[in-house]
Design a protein around this ligand. Sequence first.
Ligand code: MG
Length: 393
Amino acid sequence: MRHFTRSIVWSGFVLASTAPFSSAAPFYGDPPDETHPWAIHDDNRPQPARVEPGTFSSQEKPGQPPSDAVVLFDGTADSLKNWASDKSPDQPTKWVVVDGTFQCVPGSGYTRTKAEWGDCQLHVEWSAPSKVEGNSQGRGNSGIFPMGKVEVQVLDNYNNPTYADGFAGSVYGVNPPMANPLQAPGAWQVYDIVFRRPLFKDGTMLDSGYLTVFVNGVLVQDHTPIEGGGGHMRRSYDKAFPDKGPLQLQDHGNPVRYRNIWYRPLPARAIEGGDVSHMSPEATKAKRESLAASLRADAARQQGSMKMLKLMESLVYASDAAALAGSTKMSAAFFASVKDLSADKLEAQKDEIRRVWSALRYCSSKKILAAALPEEALLGDLIEKAGWNEKKH
Ligand code: MG
Protein backbone atom coordinates (compact mmCIF):
# COMPACT_ATOMS: atom_id res chain seq x y z
CA MET A 1 0.00 0.00 0.00
CA ARG A 2 3.00 2.27 -0.32
CA HIS A 3 1.51 3.97 -3.33
CA PHE A 4 -2.07 4.04 -2.18
CA THR A 5 -2.59 7.69 -3.10
CA ARG A 6 -0.95 7.21 -6.46
CA SER A 7 -2.96 4.10 -7.19
CA ILE A 8 -6.13 6.12 -6.60
CA VAL A 9 -4.82 8.81 -8.90
CA TRP A 10 -4.04 6.27 -11.60
CA SER A 11 -6.98 4.00 -11.12
CA GLY A 12 -9.08 5.83 -13.69
CA PHE A 13 -6.56 5.42 -16.48
CA VAL A 14 -5.52 2.74 -18.88
CA LEU A 15 -1.88 2.11 -18.16
CA ALA A 16 0.79 1.43 -20.72
CA SER A 17 1.10 -2.07 -19.30
CA THR A 18 -2.38 -2.88 -20.52
CA ALA A 19 -1.31 -2.74 -24.18
CA PRO A 20 -2.91 -6.08 -24.96
CA PHE A 21 -1.64 -8.77 -27.31
CA SER A 22 1.16 -6.58 -28.58
CA SER A 23 4.37 -8.26 -29.60
CA ALA A 24 7.37 -8.03 -27.30
CA ALA A 25 5.42 -6.84 -24.28
CA PRO A 26 7.47 -7.61 -21.18
CA PHE A 27 6.38 -6.29 -17.78
CA TYR A 28 2.82 -7.46 -18.43
CA GLY A 29 1.46 -10.61 -16.76
CA ASP A 30 2.30 -12.06 -13.36
CA PRO A 31 6.02 -12.82 -13.06
CA PRO A 32 7.66 -16.28 -12.83
CA ASP A 33 7.43 -18.15 -9.54
CA GLU A 34 9.13 -21.16 -7.94
CA THR A 35 7.67 -23.72 -10.35
CA HIS A 36 6.88 -21.59 -13.43
CA PRO A 37 9.92 -20.10 -15.16
CA TRP A 38 7.90 -17.87 -17.44
CA ALA A 39 5.64 -14.93 -16.67
CA ILE A 40 1.98 -15.12 -17.64
CA HIS A 41 1.72 -14.18 -21.35
CA ASP A 42 5.51 -14.20 -21.58
CA ASP A 43 6.87 -13.23 -24.99
CA ASN A 44 10.16 -14.93 -24.16
CA ARG A 45 8.38 -18.28 -24.09
CA PRO A 46 9.08 -20.25 -27.30
CA GLN A 47 6.44 -20.31 -30.00
CA PRO A 48 4.76 -23.68 -30.64
CA ALA A 49 6.29 -25.65 -33.49
CA ARG A 50 4.34 -25.38 -36.71
CA VAL A 51 2.70 -28.66 -37.77
CA GLU A 52 0.68 -28.93 -40.97
CA PRO A 53 -2.46 -30.80 -39.92
CA GLY A 54 -3.48 -33.98 -41.70
CA THR A 55 -6.94 -34.93 -42.87
CA PHE A 56 -9.54 -37.24 -41.38
CA SER A 57 -10.17 -40.67 -42.85
CA SER A 58 -13.38 -41.81 -44.46
CA GLN A 59 -14.43 -45.44 -44.79
CA GLU A 60 -13.30 -45.32 -48.39
CA LYS A 61 -10.03 -43.50 -47.92
CA PRO A 62 -7.44 -43.13 -45.15
CA GLY A 63 -6.63 -39.56 -44.14
CA GLN A 64 -3.29 -37.82 -44.39
CA PRO A 65 -1.03 -37.81 -41.30
CA PRO A 66 0.13 -34.47 -39.86
CA SER A 67 3.40 -33.16 -41.26
CA ASP A 68 5.60 -34.24 -38.35
CA ALA A 69 4.22 -37.78 -38.07
CA VAL A 70 6.45 -40.82 -38.46
CA VAL A 71 4.52 -43.01 -40.88
CA LEU A 72 4.66 -46.75 -40.20
CA PHE A 73 2.13 -47.98 -42.75
CA ASP A 74 0.79 -45.91 -45.64
CA GLY A 75 -0.89 -48.59 -47.73
CA THR A 76 2.14 -49.40 -49.85
CA ALA A 77 4.11 -52.64 -49.94
CA ASP A 78 7.14 -50.46 -49.32
CA SER A 79 5.80 -49.84 -45.77
CA LEU A 80 6.70 -53.45 -44.95
CA LYS A 81 10.29 -52.30 -44.56
CA ASN A 82 9.19 -50.68 -41.27
CA TRP A 83 8.07 -54.02 -39.83
CA ALA A 84 9.67 -57.24 -38.65
CA SER A 85 8.67 -60.57 -37.19
CA ASP A 86 8.25 -60.09 -33.45
CA LYS A 87 9.62 -63.51 -32.60
CA SER A 88 12.65 -63.07 -34.88
CA PRO A 89 13.19 -59.31 -35.24
CA ASP A 90 15.95 -59.83 -37.81
CA GLN A 91 13.38 -61.52 -40.08
CA PRO A 92 10.78 -59.74 -42.24
CA THR A 93 7.22 -59.63 -41.01
CA LYS A 94 5.00 -62.47 -42.17
CA TRP A 95 1.99 -60.17 -42.28
CA VAL A 96 0.96 -59.15 -45.79
CA VAL A 97 -0.24 -56.11 -47.71
CA VAL A 98 -3.67 -56.74 -49.25
CA ASP A 99 -5.50 -53.99 -51.15
CA GLY A 100 -3.55 -51.28 -49.38
CA THR A 101 -4.06 -52.78 -45.93
CA PHE A 102 -1.64 -54.48 -43.56
CA GLN A 103 -3.18 -57.83 -42.75
CA CYS A 104 -2.48 -60.30 -39.98
CA VAL A 105 -1.75 -63.80 -41.25
CA PRO A 106 -3.19 -66.04 -38.51
CA GLY A 107 -0.54 -68.21 -36.96
CA SER A 108 2.32 -66.09 -38.26
CA GLY A 109 2.95 -64.42 -34.93
CA TYR A 110 2.99 -60.85 -33.74
CA THR A 111 4.58 -58.19 -35.89
CA ARG A 112 6.66 -55.31 -34.58
CA THR A 113 8.21 -52.13 -35.85
CA LYS A 114 11.91 -52.01 -36.49
CA ALA A 115 11.99 -48.53 -34.94
CA GLU A 116 11.76 -48.13 -31.18
CA TRP A 117 10.53 -45.12 -29.26
CA GLY A 118 8.75 -44.22 -26.02
CA ASP A 119 6.05 -41.65 -25.32
CA CYS A 120 3.90 -40.88 -28.32
CA GLN A 121 0.65 -39.91 -29.94
CA LEU A 122 -0.29 -42.98 -31.96
CA HIS A 123 -2.86 -43.28 -34.75
CA VAL A 124 -4.01 -46.71 -35.89
CA GLU A 125 -6.99 -47.80 -37.99
CA TRP A 126 -8.18 -51.39 -38.08
CA SER A 127 -10.98 -53.48 -39.50
CA ALA A 128 -12.32 -56.83 -38.26
CA PRO A 129 -13.27 -59.47 -40.84
CA SER A 130 -16.72 -58.72 -42.24
CA LYS A 131 -17.53 -62.42 -42.13
CA VAL A 132 -18.43 -62.84 -38.47
CA GLU A 133 -16.93 -65.90 -36.86
CA GLY A 134 -16.48 -66.76 -33.20
CA ASN A 135 -17.59 -64.80 -30.19
CA SER A 136 -16.24 -63.02 -27.13
CA GLN A 137 -12.42 -62.87 -27.37
CA GLY A 138 -12.46 -65.07 -30.46
CA ARG A 139 -13.94 -62.53 -32.87
CA GLY A 140 -11.71 -60.08 -34.73
CA ASN A 141 -9.10 -60.09 -31.98
CA SER A 142 -5.78 -58.32 -32.37
CA GLY A 143 -4.06 -55.69 -30.24
CA ILE A 144 -1.85 -52.64 -30.24
CA PHE A 145 1.11 -52.74 -27.84
CA PRO A 146 3.02 -49.47 -27.36
CA MET A 147 6.64 -50.39 -26.60
CA GLY A 148 5.48 -54.03 -26.72
CA LYS A 149 4.50 -53.60 -23.08
CA VAL A 150 0.78 -52.87 -22.74
CA GLU A 151 -2.15 -53.84 -24.92
CA VAL A 152 -4.81 -51.49 -26.21
CA GLN A 153 -7.32 -54.13 -27.21
CA VAL A 154 -8.49 -54.58 -30.78
CA LEU A 155 -11.62 -56.75 -30.85
CA ASP A 156 -14.87 -56.97 -32.81
CA ASN A 157 -17.21 -56.05 -29.96
CA TYR A 158 -20.04 -55.02 -32.26
CA ASN A 159 -22.94 -57.01 -30.75
CA ASN A 160 -20.34 -59.22 -29.13
CA PRO A 161 -20.09 -59.05 -25.33
CA THR A 162 -16.95 -60.12 -23.52
CA TYR A 163 -15.34 -59.39 -20.16
CA ALA A 164 -15.19 -55.61 -19.80
CA ASP A 165 -11.45 -55.28 -19.23
CA GLY A 166 -10.86 -57.15 -22.48
CA PHE A 167 -13.15 -54.98 -24.58
CA ALA A 168 -12.08 -53.09 -27.68
CA GLY A 169 -10.40 -49.94 -26.41
CA SER A 170 -9.58 -51.49 -23.03
CA VAL A 171 -6.16 -51.37 -21.48
CA TYR A 172 -6.26 -55.14 -21.53
CA GLY A 173 -6.56 -56.65 -18.09
CA VAL A 174 -6.38 -53.22 -16.47
CA ASN A 175 -9.31 -51.00 -17.36
CA PRO A 176 -12.42 -51.27 -19.59
CA PRO A 177 -13.21 -48.54 -22.10
CA MET A 178 -15.75 -45.98 -20.93
CA ALA A 179 -17.92 -46.66 -23.99
CA ASN A 180 -18.30 -48.97 -26.97
CA PRO A 181 -18.35 -46.77 -30.08
CA LEU A 182 -17.41 -49.53 -32.55
CA GLN A 183 -18.80 -49.75 -36.03
CA ALA A 184 -19.91 -53.02 -37.60
CA PRO A 185 -17.27 -55.59 -38.59
CA GLY A 186 -15.69 -54.81 -41.93
CA ALA A 187 -15.82 -51.07 -41.24
CA TRP A 188 -12.68 -49.11 -40.39
CA GLN A 189 -12.28 -48.26 -36.71
CA VAL A 190 -10.01 -45.38 -35.75
CA TYR A 191 -7.85 -45.41 -32.62
CA ASP A 192 -6.06 -42.30 -31.41
CA ILE A 193 -3.82 -43.07 -28.46
CA VAL A 194 -1.67 -40.99 -26.14
CA PHE A 195 0.93 -43.11 -24.42
CA ARG A 196 3.19 -42.13 -21.54
CA ARG A 197 5.53 -44.83 -20.25
CA PRO A 198 6.05 -45.42 -16.52
CA LEU A 199 8.96 -43.50 -15.04
CA PHE A 200 11.09 -44.74 -12.18
CA LYS A 201 14.19 -43.29 -10.62
CA ASP A 202 16.41 -45.33 -8.33
CA GLY A 203 13.58 -47.79 -7.83
CA THR A 204 11.04 -45.13 -6.90
CA MET A 205 8.06 -44.56 -9.16
CA LEU A 206 7.82 -40.98 -10.40
CA ASP A 207 4.92 -41.60 -12.78
CA SER A 208 2.86 -44.77 -13.29
CA GLY A 209 2.53 -44.23 -17.05
CA TYR A 210 -0.77 -43.48 -18.75
CA LEU A 211 -2.92 -44.30 -21.73
CA THR A 212 -5.52 -41.98 -23.20
CA VAL A 213 -7.54 -43.54 -26.01
CA PHE A 214 -10.17 -42.30 -28.44
CA VAL A 215 -12.11 -44.92 -30.42
CA ASN A 216 -13.79 -43.45 -33.49
CA GLY A 217 -13.43 -40.02 -31.88
CA VAL A 218 -15.02 -41.10 -28.58
CA LEU A 219 -12.89 -40.90 -25.42
CA VAL A 220 -12.67 -44.37 -23.89
CA GLN A 221 -9.54 -44.09 -21.72
CA ASP A 222 -8.93 -40.88 -19.83
CA HIS A 223 -5.32 -40.79 -18.65
CA THR A 224 -5.65 -44.36 -17.35
CA PRO A 225 -2.74 -45.52 -15.16
CA ILE A 226 -0.97 -48.46 -16.83
CA GLU A 227 -0.41 -50.43 -13.60
CA GLY A 228 2.53 -52.34 -14.97
CA GLY A 229 0.99 -53.09 -18.37
CA GLY A 230 -1.75 -55.62 -17.58
CA GLY A 231 -2.01 -59.06 -19.19
CA HIS A 232 -4.07 -62.22 -19.36
CA MET A 233 -5.52 -63.57 -16.09
CA ARG A 234 -2.80 -62.14 -13.86
CA ARG A 235 -2.92 -58.83 -12.06
CA SER A 236 0.03 -56.64 -12.89
CA TYR A 237 1.69 -54.03 -10.74
CA ASP A 238 3.55 -50.81 -11.41
CA LYS A 239 6.95 -51.40 -12.89
CA ALA A 240 9.60 -49.54 -14.87
CA PHE A 241 9.63 -49.68 -18.67
CA PRO A 242 12.75 -49.10 -20.74
CA ASP A 243 13.17 -45.72 -22.46
CA LYS A 244 12.00 -47.10 -25.79
CA GLY A 245 10.57 -50.17 -27.44
CA PRO A 246 8.85 -51.27 -30.65
CA LEU A 247 5.16 -51.04 -31.45
CA GLN A 248 3.69 -54.53 -31.61
CA LEU A 249 0.52 -55.68 -33.36
CA GLN A 250 -1.01 -58.90 -32.12
CA ASP A 251 -1.72 -62.10 -34.01
CA HIS A 252 -4.64 -63.59 -32.09
CA GLY A 253 -5.67 -65.92 -34.90
CA ASN A 254 -7.95 -63.51 -36.78
CA PRO A 255 -7.13 -61.83 -40.12
CA VAL A 256 -7.58 -58.29 -38.80
CA ARG A 257 -6.51 -55.57 -41.23
CA TYR A 258 -4.73 -52.30 -40.45
CA ARG A 259 -4.15 -49.05 -42.33
CA ASN A 260 -2.87 -45.50 -41.77
CA ILE A 261 -0.49 -46.17 -38.87
CA TRP A 262 1.63 -43.26 -37.66
CA TYR A 263 2.96 -41.70 -34.50
CA ARG A 264 4.36 -38.44 -33.19
CA PRO A 265 6.95 -38.60 -30.39
CA LEU A 266 5.94 -36.56 -27.35
CA PRO A 267 8.17 -34.11 -25.50
CA ALA A 268 9.54 -34.98 -22.08
CA ARG A 269 7.32 -34.55 -19.06
CA ALA A 270 8.32 -31.99 -16.43
CA ILE A 271 9.30 -34.86 -14.15
CA GLU A 272 12.01 -35.90 -16.61
CA GLY A 273 13.22 -32.37 -17.32
CA GLY A 274 10.70 -31.20 -19.91
CA ASP A 275 9.89 -27.52 -20.41
CA VAL A 276 6.20 -27.72 -19.55
CA SER A 277 3.94 -25.49 -17.48
CA HIS A 278 4.72 -26.74 -14.02
CA MET A 279 8.36 -27.64 -13.40
CA SER A 280 10.41 -28.70 -10.42
CA PRO A 281 11.89 -25.87 -8.32
CA GLU A 282 15.39 -26.89 -9.44
CA ALA A 283 14.51 -26.96 -13.14
CA THR A 284 12.56 -23.70 -12.80
CA LYS A 285 15.50 -21.96 -11.14
CA ALA A 286 17.90 -23.16 -13.85
CA LYS A 287 15.53 -22.03 -16.60
CA ARG A 288 14.98 -18.62 -15.01
CA GLU A 289 18.72 -18.10 -14.66
CA SER A 290 19.26 -19.07 -18.27
CA LEU A 291 16.53 -16.66 -19.44
CA ALA A 292 18.01 -13.88 -17.29
CA ALA A 293 21.51 -14.50 -18.65
CA SER A 294 20.21 -14.36 -22.20
CA LEU A 295 18.47 -11.02 -21.50
CA ARG A 296 21.60 -9.59 -19.89
CA ALA A 297 23.57 -10.62 -22.97
CA ASP A 298 20.92 -8.92 -25.09
CA ALA A 299 21.17 -5.79 -22.91
CA ALA A 300 24.91 -5.65 -23.53
CA ARG A 301 24.18 -5.21 -27.24
CA GLN A 302 21.61 -2.43 -26.69
CA GLN A 303 21.85 1.29 -26.02
CA GLY A 304 19.84 3.83 -24.04
CA SER A 305 16.52 2.96 -22.47
CA MET A 306 16.35 -0.36 -24.34
CA LYS A 307 19.50 -1.44 -22.54
CA MET A 308 17.94 -0.49 -19.22
CA LEU A 309 14.66 -2.22 -20.02
CA LYS A 310 16.43 -5.45 -21.02
CA LEU A 311 18.42 -5.39 -17.78
CA MET A 312 15.25 -4.79 -15.78
CA GLU A 313 13.53 -7.59 -17.68
CA SER A 314 16.36 -9.94 -16.71
CA LEU A 315 15.60 -9.15 -13.06
CA VAL A 316 12.08 -10.50 -13.55
CA TYR A 317 13.67 -13.97 -13.97
CA ALA A 318 16.63 -13.82 -11.60
CA SER A 319 18.22 -11.30 -9.29
CA ASP A 320 21.65 -10.06 -10.22
CA ALA A 321 23.54 -7.33 -8.37
CA ALA A 322 25.21 -5.87 -11.46
CA ALA A 323 21.96 -5.83 -13.46
CA LEU A 324 20.18 -4.16 -10.55
CA ALA A 325 22.89 -1.54 -10.10
CA GLY A 326 23.01 -0.92 -13.84
CA SER A 327 19.29 -0.50 -14.30
CA THR A 328 19.04 1.69 -11.16
CA LYS A 329 21.75 3.98 -12.47
CA MET A 330 20.28 4.10 -15.96
CA SER A 331 16.83 4.83 -14.59
CA ALA A 332 18.16 7.96 -12.85
CA ALA A 333 20.06 8.96 -15.99
CA PHE A 334 16.97 8.45 -18.11
CA PHE A 335 14.86 10.74 -15.95
CA ALA A 336 17.62 13.34 -15.92
CA SER A 337 17.67 13.21 -19.73
CA VAL A 338 13.95 13.91 -20.13
CA LYS A 339 12.92 16.04 -17.16
CA ASP A 340 13.80 19.40 -18.68
CA LEU A 341 12.90 18.72 -22.27
CA SER A 342 10.74 21.19 -24.14
CA ALA A 343 7.17 20.11 -24.76
CA ASP A 344 7.74 19.10 -28.38
CA LYS A 345 10.90 17.10 -27.60
CA LEU A 346 9.11 15.45 -24.71
CA GLU A 347 6.25 14.53 -27.00
CA ALA A 348 8.71 12.83 -29.35
CA GLN A 349 9.75 10.55 -26.47
CA LYS A 350 6.24 9.90 -25.21
CA ASP A 351 6.17 6.18 -25.96
CA GLU A 352 9.64 5.59 -24.56
CA ILE A 353 8.87 7.47 -21.35
CA ARG A 354 5.65 5.59 -20.84
CA ARG A 355 7.41 2.30 -21.51
CA VAL A 356 10.08 3.01 -18.90
CA TRP A 357 7.55 4.18 -16.35
CA SER A 358 5.39 1.12 -16.96
CA ALA A 359 8.41 -1.18 -16.45
CA LEU A 360 9.36 0.59 -13.22
CA ARG A 361 5.80 0.32 -11.99
CA TYR A 362 5.64 -3.38 -12.85
CA CYS A 363 8.91 -4.10 -11.07
CA SER A 364 7.81 -2.41 -7.87
CA SER A 365 4.25 -3.79 -7.85
CA LYS A 366 5.43 -7.35 -8.58
CA LYS A 367 8.24 -7.08 -5.99
CA ILE A 368 10.95 -7.51 -8.62
CA LEU A 369 12.61 -4.52 -6.95
CA ALA A 370 12.83 -4.45 -3.18
CA ALA A 371 11.63 -0.85 -3.22
CA ALA A 372 10.25 1.41 -5.93
CA LEU A 373 12.87 3.51 -7.69
CA PRO A 374 12.24 7.26 -7.30
CA GLU A 375 11.92 7.60 -11.08
CA GLU A 376 8.66 5.69 -11.00
CA ALA A 377 6.94 8.55 -9.18
CA LEU A 378 8.90 11.22 -11.03
CA LEU A 379 8.02 9.84 -14.46
CA GLY A 380 4.45 9.32 -13.28
CA ASP A 381 4.19 13.01 -12.43
CA LEU A 382 5.73 13.94 -15.75
CA ILE A 383 3.22 11.76 -17.63
CA GLU A 384 0.34 13.23 -15.67
CA LYS A 385 1.46 16.80 -16.34
CA ALA A 386 1.90 16.04 -20.02
CA GLY A 387 -1.69 14.78 -20.13
CA TRP A 388 -0.68 11.41 -21.61
CA ASN A 389 -3.11 9.39 -19.56
CA GLU A 390 -5.89 7.73 -21.44
CA LYS A 391 -9.32 7.60 -19.90
CA LYS A 392 -10.94 4.24 -19.57
CA HIS A 393 -13.88 3.71 -21.86
MG1 MG B 1 -5.95 -58.76 -28.29
